[in-house]
Structure formats: C-alpha cells, structure tokens
Design a protein around this ligand. Sequence first.
Ligand code: NAD
Length: 353
Amino acid sequence: MIDNFVYNAHPGRVLFGTGTLDRLPEEVERLGIERALVLATPHQRGVAEDLSRMIGTRAAGVFADATMHTPVEVTDRALREVQNRGIDGLVAVGGGSTTGLAKAIALRTDLPQIVVPTTYAGSEMTPILGETQNGAKTTQSSPKVLPEVVIYDVDLTLNLPFDLTVTSGMNAIAHAAEALYAKERNPIISLLAEEGIAALWRALPALRAHPTDLGARSEALYGAWLCGICLGSVGMALHHKLCHTLGGSFDLPHAETHTALLPHALRYNAPDAPEAMSRLSRALGTDNPSRSLFNLAADLGATMALRDLGMPEDGIERATDLALQNPYWNPRPLERDALRDLIAAAWAGECPA
Ligand code: NAD
C-alpha cells in the first residue's frame, strides 16, 4: 500500500551529457533571447566570455561579479547592467553563487534564464533563493526563480578543483539524505534521492584517482542533478537549518560546512528515521551511513572539523541557542543537550559513533 502523497514537479528543460554546451546558441534562440547577459564569478570570467562568443550577436555583455550568498548590492549592480544594455535573457555559468545571481535578477525582472552548472550544488533545480543584505541572510521560495533551461555539460566539470568536487558532492548528498526523511517525502523523490546518492558515492572515490575521468564526472553530475531535484521538491530539516545558521553566524564556507556537519546531523536523526537510514544504507552499501560518509569525506581530504573552517569554540553554545530559536520540523525533536553534543562533535571533527 502506497501512502497518499503530493509530488511537486517543477517545469523546465534539461540537457544532459558531454558537449551539450554546443547547443547553447540554439537554446538562446529557442527562448527568443536577443540580448543575453552572461553571468559568472570573477574566477570564471573567461568561461563566461567563451559562452558570450558562442552566442554571438545574441550576446550583449558579461557580468562576472557573482558572489557567494547573493549579496543584494551585487544584484543591484547587475540590474543596472540589465537596464542599461537592454537585456532580455540571462545565461549563468558556474556554481550556486552564479545561479543565485541569475535567480535574484529573474525574481525582479522575470527574465528567462539558461543555467549551465559547473559544481554539484543543485541550486538550478530549486525555486529557492537565499540573499544577503547588511550581513543578514533571508531565504524565499518562488517559481519565478526557476530557470527555463538547464544545460549540464560534463566537460565543464572536468576542471572543478578536487577539494570542491568532494565538498560540493557532499553538499548534494546532503540534499538527498534529508529528502529521505522530509515531512513531505514521497516515493518519487525517495527514488531520485537513492539514485543520486549512489551515483555520487561511486563517483567521488573514482575521481580521486582520475579527476578528469569522464565516466565518473558524468555520474557525479547526474547524481548532483537528482539531488538538486530533491532539494527543490521537499522541505529540508536539521542538517540544512544548522548549515544555514552556522554559515550565516560564523561566515563559514557553504559546501565545506555541509560536509563537516552531515555525518553528525544524520547520526542525530537516525533513531527517528529508520526507513530513511535503511535506504541511505542501501545507496551507500554500508550499515552505518554517518560513519561511512564521514570516512569517505575525510579520506578524500575534506576538512571535517568546523573549528578548522573558522568557527570559534564559544560558537558551540551560541549555535545551539540559535538552532533552538525558530523551531522547524525534524524527524527527531530538537533536544538541547543532544544538539549541543552534535555541534561540539562537528566542531572538533570527531567521527560519529
Ligand atoms: P560557488 O558557486 O561559490 O563556487 C565556488 C568557486 O568555484 C567560485 O569561485 C567558482 O567560480 C568556482 N568554480 C565553480 N565551478 C568551477 C569549475 N568547474 N572549475 C573551476 N572553478 C569552478 O560554490 P557552490 O558550492 O556551487 O555554491 C554555493 C552557493 O550556492 C552558496 O551561496 C549557497 O547558499 C548557494 N546554494 C543555493 C541553493 C539553492 O537552492 N538556492 C542550493 C545550493 C547552494
């Protein structure tokens, strides 16, 4: 017997494979874009300029100032470019930071977006937008920010630095792991979650030996896509809320924080999410998912202690208070002492039991 459920499918067109970027000009034309603004971070300006050349006469400029956590000040500058150059469509190439900028512009202008992801963050699959202003981060969900087209080209991920490959891959696994015990979990999303986790779990160790292996890169990007759908379809719980709190309060890096916290958050929730844990165990082929994920990430060189990411020791109490401030749904109730122990263990980088 299958329980009643609601499944929110998001509209959108996805091209997946190698060499798929060649189809960018045709996709720009298909959307009727005549003056595209290509977005990137400063680090990926060169890639954005390549894309602009590919688009040819339908490209009207490059804006390569995308920044982590989508500061409103950067969005305002990009909006001035949109206005001054008569932009009628956006092409974003990069990770979650660049996708975030495209979404922030789309929210305010309704311009069509083509997103070309180069990390495993998964933002391109979600209606969620996080923005920062005067040091405060706010998150909202709106169908307006969903890209019209996503082009996954494995070739663009071949040079993703290995440390970011690992942490971004763990970030993706976190989306799917929490989807397995989400309040709105459903059979479709759980299927995608299991498949996405298994694909990344196979790909990450293979990439250590051969970071440019096309087969492993392809599995990783496919897994990240599925995990992104999970993030965009059901509500997240303790792990994502804690990452949000810690990232915002102590200015910790996004994917790295997810990596260090995930094993501990899963350990905390395990007793109250037995079905999710057994699906997670099946995807990983192990009987202790928390430990296995910790060991994999540590073996692959990830920083597993929040203190090494810049969190001060007195932050443990502060983070515990903050985590309890705005209660939210979680499979296991939020218990102060256990929560404090979780944060302390992640701060010290201990392997969960
Ligand atoms: P990022 O986009 O900040 O990228 C990190 C750095 O790596 C950047 O300098 C980028 O230019 C570079 N880079 C990206 N791809 C590369 C490649 N293939 N080769 C070489 N360099 C490359 O990192 P991220 O982890 O992808 O994104 C983090 C941001 O995304 C955070 O702000 C987070 O809040 C947001 N995010 C949002 C959602 C959502 O649904 N709204 C989901 C996940 C992440």
